[in-house]
Every structure is written in structure tokens, then in C-alpha cells.
Design a protein around this ligand. Structure first.
Ligand SMILES: CC(C)(COP(=O)(O)OP(=O)(O)OC[C@H]1O[C@@H](n2cnc3c(N)ncnc32)[C@H](O)[C@@H]1OP(=O)(O)O)[C@@H](O)C(=O)NCCC(=O)NCCS
Length: 189
């Protein structure tokens, strides 16, 4: 299968069920599908930044970037959380996940977004220039190891001086109930 057969496009309302199936099959559980549904119904949802990978009309992958904030002293900056990203197991390791991440970064950049934060497997995200939040002294309150949180500046200087990452309610609920553990436990570290 050539990469040219894959279209990365914005989700439509008709994709919701297929997106659930992609997440349930990739994560072998319902937590991420429920997270996507909760985020879609929340104020943090940004329709332009929910993308699907489509092969001949079949949704085989999905990525969601949603609104979070960075707080520094009295200032609050808009930023994005990348969660989740999923590719159906039968199509994994073919570059679809990477294409989704690249498309999401490109779209977020074109929208003038400042930064993207992700909880995930470090080697997968370093290839897109994400780096540990410890490099920028970003604080967070998630019950996950700080090494697993990585960040990408889309506008240089966004992280200068350090900030505290403020997640949306659906993301906090997800991580406080053990979400994200699956992707981390598969890490070779
Ligand atoms: C992670 C995932 C989105 C990657 O999609 P993909 O289409 O296979 O990605 P690519 O083909 O572009 O890149 C593959 C690379 O992703 C990384 N990768 C694959 N599965 C992974 C997993 N479960 N966790 C972390 N990284 C993974 C590996 O480095 C892999 O490299 P390799 O093919 O040389 O072994 C996909 O495997 C998936 O849905 N996994 C289960 C869900 C998940 O863990 N999502 C990420 C956390 S939100």
C-alpha cells in the first residue's frame, strides 16, 4: 500500500462511530474512545484539529488535539494537548501514525497555535521534535511520570520562563483514572 492511498482529513459527524472503533481496537479498551467523545462534547474541542486517516473511505486512524492552557504568573496562553492518536492494528507500522502527527502539527501551526503537549512513548514523539517538559521547566499535575510528558513549541518562546500546564476536565478525568498507562507500559524503558 502506498502512502498516497491515504487521505488525512478533518473528521465529519459521520466518522464518530468509526473513530470509536479505531480507538477501541488500537488501545484494546474503551477509555480513549470515551475520552474522544467527552472532548468532542466539551469547549476544548477544535473541529479543525480532529483528523482521520482515510483509505478508500475507511477510517483507519485518528488524532485529536484539544484546547489546554499554560499559566505563568498572571498570564494564560492557549496551547494544545495531543490525545489520543490511534491507528488500527492491521495498518500500524506503515507510517500512518506519523502522517497523522505531522498533519496535526502542520494544521495547528497554520491556525497560529503556540504549542502542543503530549503524554506518550518518548521515542515515537522525539522524531517530530517533541522534547521532555523538564527541558522547559513546565509543571503539571498529572499522575504520570514527568519523562512521559513531552512538548513542542510551534511559536518559539512560548515556554520561556516555565509554565504550569492546565488540562481540560475530560483529560484530567482520563489521566486520573489511569488513562495513558497502556501506551506507557509498552515503552521499552
Ligand atoms: C502509536 C501508533 C499511533 C503509531 O501508529 P503507526 O501508524 O504504527 O505509526 P508509524 O508507522 O508512523 O510509526 C511506527 C512507530 O511508532 C512507534 N510505535 C508503534 N506502536 C507503538 C505503541 N503502542 N506505543 C508507542 N509507540 C509505538 C514505534 O516507534 C514504531 O516504529 P516501528 O514501526 O519502526 O516499530 C499506533 O501504533 C497505535 O495506535 N498504537 C496503540 C495506541 C497508542 O499507543 N497510541 C499512542 C498513545 S496516545
Amino acid at each position: 500500500m502506498a502512502m498516497t492511498d491515504i487521505i488525512i482529513r478533518q473528521e465529519t459527524t459521520a466518522d464518530a462511530a468509526a473513530i470509536n472503533i479505531v480507538n477501541i481496537s488500537a488501545f484494546e479498551g474503551e477509555a480513549e474512545a470515551k475520552l474522544v467523545t467527552a472532548l468532542r462534547q466539551s469547549r476544548s474541542f477544535i473541529p479543525d484539529l480532529s483528523l482521520v486517516a482515510d483509505i478508500d473511505g475507511r477510517v483507519v486512524g485518528h488524532i485529536l488535539l484539544s484546547r489546554i492552557h499554560l499559566k505563568h504568573s498572571a498570564n494564560e496562553t492557549d496551547a494544545l494537548a495531543l490525545a489520543p492518536v490511534a491507528v488500527v492494528p492491521s495498518q500500524s507500522h506503515r507510517g500512518i501514525g506519523s502522517a497523522l502527527v505531522r498533519a496535526a502539527i502542520t494544521k495547528a501551526t497554520s491556525l497560529g497555535e503556540s504549542a502542543i503537549i503530549v503524554v506518550g512513548h518518548p521515542p515515537f514523539y522525539t522524531r517530530f521534535n517533541f522534547d521532555s517538559v523538564t527541558r522547559w521547566k513546565l509543571q503539571h499535575s498529572l499522575p504520570v511520570p514527568t519523562e512521559a510528558i513531552q512538548a513542542l513549541e510551534l511559536q518559539k518562546g512560548t515556554f520561556n520562563g516555565g509554565s504550569t500546564i492546565h488540562y481540560s476536565h475530560p483529560l484530567l478525568q482520563f489521566f486520573q483514572h489511569g488513562g495513558g498507562a497502556g501506551s506507557l507500559s509498552r515503552s521499552p524503558e
